[in-house]
Design a protein around this ligand. Sequence first.
Ligand SMILES: [Ca+2]
Ligand SMILES: [Ca+2]
Length: 308
Amino acid sequence: MKKFNSNLFSSLVAASMLLGSLPMNACAADNSPRFTKVSLRIEGISECVCDKDVYIPTDCELTVSDIIRFADEKDDSFTIYGLENGYITAVNEASAGKFGGWDGWLYRVGGVEPSAPMNEYTVTDGDEILLFYGDPYGKGMQFPNMERNGNTLTFTSNDTTYDENFNPVSVVAPVADMNVTIDGKVYKTNDSGSISADELPEGDLLCSYDKYDENGLPLVLRSRAVKKLGDVNGDSSVDAVDASMILSAYSGISTGRGAVISTEAADVNGDKAFDAVDASKVLAYYSAYQTGKTDKPFADENGSLWND
Ligand SMILES: [Ca+2]
Ligand SMILES: [Ca+2]
């Protein structure tokens, strides 16, 4: 959306002023709606389908199925099939069994694969739900953890194997033959799960990784996509659409209907909440970009660009 849409801008500013005039502590009042907040990440065959927070009105116990159903209803960017049976058969076009093995959709909560089906697993506030496509019991699937030692990165995974009595045994195994991209340069991990780079920058590393079978089946849980501040819908642009998504989610929280949004991307002023202030900052940033005050389509730091 390169062209500045002044009508949309005005109506969003009006909406933002309206919402801004609501008492900001509305959610703290005793009779205010209560929410269970869980994160929902859906990693498909070749891309991330969803990486958002789900704010669902808390009135009774909620299962993983309830969370996914709610997110599916609120969010138009994906469609889930099979929830009624507690076993997901497809997300969008990606149907289980596509690669002819045991491959399909599985879930984890907080990095652990529950033994219960998702319609029986009760969530608690703050849970991290992961829904992923893979074949862990056939081709195998690893969940990389990265450790850095100078210019060497080592990736390991807590894998489950079975002893002679078929009891599950947890082992820490290297993630070998995985593609690791750092600053546009691609490396491949060795048998010990390591790569050695010539020189890596100090501090946080912008590093992504993935590994696929020849036929395209994911063999590791790929790295999380990086969130850009203000780019709520993840289309690499900060604009009025993002502002309206923030306002809509804020309104969903204020009215008790709930919301599905990336808090990380929406909370541009870093006060752990998304509201009309964040929306107006996104609009101001969009306006600054449209009028040439900044040449960056988005800023990925909570810096001065957001406070101009
Ligand atoms: Ca956007
Ligand atoms: Ca905020």
